[in-house]
Design a protein around this ligand. Structure first.
Ligand SMILES: [Mn+2]
Length: 250
């Protein structure tokens, strides 16, 4: 067990019948488990940052919209029905703690927007407003495991190195996207209509966000699975380099 990398996973927050509940789609957990990680759900409470100090990586999952105050914009199409102030605050704290610890971070869907906002970039609040004539349906109606649009991957990026190709077909369940990536970060993939589909921070630490949902594809698609494998490998490397077991040779 001591060598199994532990990945903290952010959770969605919904209010049902007046009662808040945190939940996690099991596809995220399944994809991490298949890649050899122990997935730990991070509840939307401030103490989750304490739990993150026991983790070797942070997975930022999909979900609702962020408050536009957090990237200094007025309301330009935010879907308030999906907004959770607790989740916004917890994920910002988790990213700050992950950065302090030097943890690998993988962001998916909302998670790429979390990375953009958390590290000083901006997002498009509603693609339908900024690209009303796009032929691409970023909020696809097809099943989650079905790919529906292409993305072009920028050669030389971490993402291109992982996938070994520059064109990919992806699924798509988002009405927001990254506008300006954080300073010093790279756009790693674009849809044909110019929507940003992946960003990453250059450097030694695995910090990558994708706008599509590889967790839904990973059971059937080797390239989608590879994103999780490489992230978990980075977490395992973090664990080896940081966990010192004084006296115990485990
Ligand atoms: Mn898309």
């Amino acid at each position: 067990m001591a060598t199994t990398p532990v990945v903290g996973v952010s959770m969605s927050r919904q209010i049902r019948g007046g009662s808040p509940r945190d939940f996690l789609r099991t596809e995220y957990v399944d994809a991490l488990t298949r890649s050899g990680a122990l997935a730990i759900p991070l509840l939307n409470v401030s103490l989750s940052t304490e739990l993150l100090s026991q983790c070797d990586g942070l997975l930022l999952t999909g979900g609702g919209d962020f408050h536009p105050d957090l990237f200094h914009r007025p309301d330009e199409g935010t879907d308030w029905s999906t907004w959770s102030p607790e989740r916004d605050q917890v994920e910002l704290s988790l990213m700050a703690e992950a950065e302090r610890l030097g943890l690998p971070i993988f962001g998916i869907c909302r998670g790429i927007q979390s990375l953009a906002i958390g590290f000083g970039g901006t997002i498009v609040q509603d693609i339908a407003r900024t690209l009303p004539d796009s032929p691409i349906k970023h909020s696809q109606r097809q099943p989650r495991r079905q790919v529906t649009h292409a993305v072009s991957i920028k050669p030389g990026t971490r993402l291109a190195g992982i996938l070994g190709k520059t064109q990919l077909e992806v699924n798509s369940f988002h009405h927001q996207s990254v506008d300006q990536p954080p300073p010093g970060w790279s756009i790693a993939a674009l849809a044909p209509d110019g929507v940003v589909e992946a960003i990453e921070r250059p450097g030694d630490v695995f910090i990558l966000g994708v706008q599509w949902h590889p967790e839904d594809l990973a059971g059937q698609d080797e390239l989608a699975a590879r994103l999780f494998t490489q992230f978990v490998n980075a977490a395992a490397q973090y664990r080896r380099s940081t966990r010192h077991h004084g006296g115990n040779s485990d």
